[in-house]
Design a protein around this ligand. Structure first.
Ligand SMILES: Nc1ncnc2c1ncn2[C@@H]1O[C@H](COP(=O)(O)OP(=O)(O)O)[C@@H](O)[C@H]1O
Ligand SMILES: [Mg+2]
Length: 220
């Protein structure tokens, strides 16, 4: 479970460019829930995702993930938390262009020091799950956008993450590929993975269990 308690995030506090990106936000998300985060550009969606994923820390308040307060971790603790618990999926895929699809999916396992045979087996299992078994030797540039995003999801899950944080994952996809990504997330949620997805797509948001709408850093 994710619990956000009275979280405020201020960028550039006390300086000329001070911005209150989140303003006393409280919410909770159950394990296995598939949640959409919506709102206008600048409303604080990415900031919220970054705090849940320990990519950044709140200025005030607590972020509790799986019973653990992650709001005041050191850089090193935050990196370890991310490696072990969180799979990130972004709009602009961020695949390693010079590595094969298989190696891209192995990255979280390489970071964890997993042994090669185990790594490959796990990566192949993930690729098969997302209908990419025949693409393991391809380079990212040889894939369609929908396939690239499925590789990103496979990579996000390869390390065993039970939490997927996806920031506009369908933003660069045609509606059919976007819909396929939604199907993948739905299946994962049924398997108990928590999925928090920022989206501008109303139709996709309506397919989630719940919609959290942000406006000016507050939950509507
Ligand atoms: N690293 C940062 N430094 C300064 N301001 C930021 C930073 N990241 C986001 N902001 C500001 O915080 C507000 C919320 O941003 P963001 O969470 O990215 O919104 P969204 O994802 O909904 O578009 C915006 O006003 C944005 O300009
Ligand atoms: Mg954003």
């Amino acid at each position: 479970m994710i619990e956000i308690k009275n979280v405020t995030k201020i960028y550039n506090g006390g300086k000329a460019g001070e911005v209150k990106a989140l303003d006393n936000v409280s919410l909770s998300i159950e394990d296995g829930e598939f949640v959409a985060v919506t709102g206008e550009s600048g409303s604080g969606k990415s900031t919220l995702l970054n705090l849940i994923g320990a990519l950044d820390a709140p200025t005030q308040g607590e972020v509790i993930v799986g019973g653990r307060d992650i709001s005041r971790l050191s850089e090193e603790q935050a990196a370890k938390f991310r490696r072990e618990n969180v799979g990130f999926v972004f709009q602009g895929f961020y695949l390693e262009e010079s590595f094969s699809v298989l190696v891209n999916v192995e990255i979280p396992l390489i970071l964890r020091g997993a042994e090669e045979k185990a790594r490959e087996a796990r990566a192949r299992e993930m690729l098969a799950k997302f209908d990419l078994a025949d693409k393991e030797d391809a380079l990212p540039a040889q894939l369609s956008g929908g396939q690239m995003q499925r590789v990103c999801i496979a990579r996000a899950l390869a390390g065993g993450a039970q939490l997927i944080l996806a920031d506009e994952p369908t933003g660069n996809l045609d509606s059919k590929s976007g819909s396929a990504v939604m199907d993948v997330f739905r299946t994962l949620a049924q398997e108990g993975v928590t999925v928090v997805m920022v989206t501008h797509n109303k139709e996709f948001a309506a397919r989630c269990d719940r919609v959290i709408e942000l406006k000016d850093g507050r939950v509507q």
